[in-house]
Every structure is written in structure tokens, then in C-alpha cells.
Write a protein that binds this ligand. Structure first.
Ligand code: NAD
Ligand code: ZN
Ligand code: ZN
Length: 376
């Protein structure tokens, strides 16, 4: 049962409108209501999907909002009906809920819960309301999580309790990017031992996909990116061949087909570009090739020749790496603590929230930033 609920005033980076930098504001965070948990956010990553909403998406009504959906924190207080969480618990807020009651949650085939933010596409709480206000205006909670705020309120069906030993400035990456890419390889593609894989796009999602292929026992892992600076990092996660499409005159699918005697067993698109999605499919071998869409866009249609699938290829998509969120995230935290999964190697910079508009940042510390990590 909750503490006496009071409004918390705290700092947050507010996206007032699309295509504009985020603005540091003092916001009011209401107490948690029934089945809700108020979380002190300690650290958050920046995922491309935040930038997509701000700069690329067409959802002009999804503002003003607090972005951020890759965070980790500590429960500050709980609302009525919350039995699973207590103040002080380490948690990761989830942009895809797991109510454990709906037909999707009951099926082992999917992680698509029917409830919560992801189900109805409101950039707010599950009851279509928000717990944030600023300057008298309602502020939407992007993906239901809003981790670019010192405090946030999330329904308990979208919160994972994690091992108290977990360092929050590392495991925050499991709130989106790392689970997404890793799970796309191990859960969705189901990469097999000894196989040949290609990963297109080497942001956090693609690097995690490389790590998934590696842990699944893939023999050849071909990392593809138009930015060759990404290859060094991809090597750390297990990639052993590197292709820059810009170095070739022919289509990248042809290059990969020639390198692999007909195509790769598995390809993962981690860019969010429908042209790359097609190339990734066409790079797989006929008969059994599997290509997984991980990159995000809702503005364009994809296309390919039907013969690609008729010849035995499979084209699939993956949301949050196919992980059932509440169950999967604590397991991934354990895998990190047991050194099966790398996280530290993803982090290029640490910075404070007021530096959120700077580029190249991976982890933002909401509760004090270690000055040694602040980039020049
Ligand atoms: N499906 C999901 O659940 C889910 C979850 C999180 C993120 N995403 C999406 O995954 C994608 C990747 O996210 P991220 O944070 O790693 O992004 P990012 O921007 O950090 O990385 C994208 C990478 O793709 C490379 N790239 C661009 N064009 C390319 C091309 N034509 N060929 C090869 N490489 C190319 C870029 O150089 C960059 O290294 C985004 O679209 C994001 O929205 C999906
Ligand atoms: Zn994300
Ligand atoms: Zn459900």
C-alpha cells in the first residue's frame, strides 16, 4: 500500500514540439494511482525510437511529451493494489507490458500484450491519462515510460523487478536496445550453431543482435554498416566479417551471396529502412533463409518479389526481441551479472540529463553524473 501520496517536483527533458531540442523543465509528477509504481529514474539510454518520434515520425499530436524508454531506477512509492513492488526495489520500466492475463500473454508464441501503452498506441498511461504536468499543461508519457525524467509513474504490469546487485547505469540498456537486438537473434530468428548470419546496422540494436548470433553459436557473423567506424565495436561483440555497402558497386545482397555461396542463413535488419529490409531478405539463402525486421518505421511500405518467399525464405519481425517483458528482462539482468551478456561495452559516454541534446550519448545519469565520463 502506497505512501501518503504527494506530488513530486523534479527535472525532466520535455519535448514540447517535433523537430526542436528537448527543454530542461521542472515538472510535477503525481502520486501513483491504483496498480501504479512511482520510480526514481537513475539512468537511461537513448534509443533511436526516441529520436524517431522527435524528428522522423508523423505523430504531431504526440507532444508535449517526455521521451525515453530505456531506463532503470528505484521504486519510490506504490499506489493502491500494488503487492509485487516495495519502495527501494530496483526496477526497469517496460514499454511493452506483460499483464499475464490476456490471450497474448497466455500464449507462449508471442510477447504482444493486449494491455498497456503498446496495445492502444496512446503515448500516455494505460488509462489514457498522464501523471506529468508542466506549466499547467499535461505532458504525455512517451511509450508509457518517460525515462528522461527524474521520476516517472508506470503501471505495475509494465515494470520488471530486477536483481538488487544490478548496476542501474548498465542494465538500463536492457530496457530496450540490447534485449531487442539480442532477442531478435536468439528468440525470433532462432539462430543455430554453426550458421552464417548478417546484421545490417550497428547501433546498439545491431550490436546486440551480433552478440545474440555469437551466443547462439553462429560461425560467421557478417556486420554490415555504411559507417565503417562501427566495425571495431562489432568485433568486440563477435562479428568476424565486415562489409560497407558503399565500398561496392553491386547490390549488397549480391555481395553477401557471393561471400557465402548463395546467401546467409539468417539476416537481421537493425536500421529501420525499407530498402535495407529488402536487401536483408534478399541476402538470405533460398530454401531456409530467415530474415528478421527489427528496425522501426511506420511511414513506408516494404516490398519484395514473391519468389523470395516461395523459394523457401521466411520474413519475420521482432518487437522487443520477442521477450515477454516482465519475465525476460530480469533473466537478461542475471545473464549480465553472470557475464553471459555484455553491457559495459555498449556505452560510449555517460552524461547528465541536461546534455540530452548532444549526440553520441548512450547512458544518461539522472541522479548525478560521474564527471570522469563527461565528454570534452
Ligand atoms: N523492433 C523493436 O522492438 C525496436 C526496438 C528498439 C529500436 N528499434 C529500431 O531499431 C533501429 C536501430 O536502432 P538503434 O538505436 O540501434 O539505431 P542507430 O541509429 O544507433 O543505428 C543504426 C545504424 O544503421 C546504420 N545504417 C544506416 N543506413 C544503413 C544502410 N543503408 N545500411 C547499413 N547500415 C546502415 C547507421 O550507420 C547506424 O550505425 C531503429 O530503427 C530503431 O527505431 C526497434
Ligand atoms: Zn527503443
Ligand atoms: Zn497481456
Amino acid at each position: 500500500v502506497g505512501r501518503a501520496g504527494r506530488v513530486i517536483k523534479c527535472k525532466a527533458a520535455v519535448a514540447w514540439e517535433p523537430n526542436k531540442p528537448l527543454v530542461m523543465e521542472e515538472i510535477e509528477v503525481a502520486p501513483p494511482q491504483a496498480n501504479e509504481v512511482r520510480i526514481k529514474v537513475v539512468a537511461t539510454g537513448v534509443c533511436h525510437t526516441d529520436l524517431y518520434h522527435l524528428f522522423e515520425g508523423m505523430h504531431k499530436d504526440g507532444f508535449p511529451a517526455v521521451l525515453g524508454h530505456e531506463g532503470a531506477g528505484i521504486v519510490e512509492s506504490v499506489g493502491p493494489g500494488v503487492t509485487e513492488f516495495q519502495p527501494g526495489d530496483k526496477v526497469i520500466p517496460l514499454f511493452i507490458s506483460q499483464c499475464k492475463e490476456c490471450r497474448f500473454c497466455k500464449s507462449p508464441k508471442t510477447n504482444q500484450c493486449e494491455k498497456g501503452w503498446a496495445a492502444d498506441r496512446h503515448d500516455v498511461m494505460s488509462d489514457k491519462d498522464t501523471r506529468f504536468t508542466c506549466k499547467g499543461k499535461k505532458i504525455l508519457q512517451f511509450m508509457g515510460t518517460s525515462t528522461f525524467s527524474e521520476y516517472t509513474v508506470v503501471n505495475q504490469m509494465a515494470v520488471a523487478k530486477i536483481d538488487p546487485a544490478a548496476p542501474l547505469d548498465k542494465v538500463c540498456l536492457l530496457g530496450c536496445g540490447v534485449c531487442t537486438g539480442y532477442g531478435a537473434a536468439v528468440n525470433t530468428a532462432k539462430v543455430e550453431e554453426g550458421s552464417t548470419c548478417a546484421v545490417f546496422g550497428l547501433g546498439a540494436v545491431g550490436l546486440a543482435a551480433v552478440m545474440g548470433c555469437k551466443n547462439a553459436g553462429a560461425k560467421r557473423i557478417i556486420a554490415v554498416d555504411i559507417n565503417p567506424d562501427k566495425f571495431e565495436k562489432a568485433k568486440v561483440f563477435g562479428a568476424n566479417e565486415f562489409v560497407n555497402p558503399k565500398d561496392h558497386d553491386k547490390p549488397i545482397s549480391q555481395v553477401l551471396s557471393e561471400m557465402t555461396n548463395g546467401g546467409v542463413d539468417y539476416s537481421l535488419e537493425c536500421v529501420g529502412n525499407v530498402g535495407v529490409m529488402r536487401s536483408a531478405l534478399e541476402s538470405t539463402i533460398k530454401g531456409w533463409g530467415v530474415s528478421v525486421l527489427v528496425g522501426w518505421t511506420d511511414m513506408y511500405d516494404f516490398s519484395a518479389r514473391p519468389i523470395q518467399l516461395i523459394a523457401g525464405r521466411t520474413w519475420k519481425g521482432s518487437l522487443f526481441g520477442g521477450f515477454k517483458s516482465k519475465d525476460g528482462v530480469p533473466e537478461m539482468v542475471k545473464d549480465y551479472l553472470n557475464k553471459k551478456v555484455k553491457l559495459d561495452e555498449f556505452i560510449t559516454h555517460k552524461m547528465a540529463l541536461n546534455q540530452v541534446n548532444d549526440t553520441g550519448c548512450v547512458v544518461i545519469m539522472l541522479q548525478g553524473c560521474d564527471p570522469e565520463f563527461v565528454p570534452k
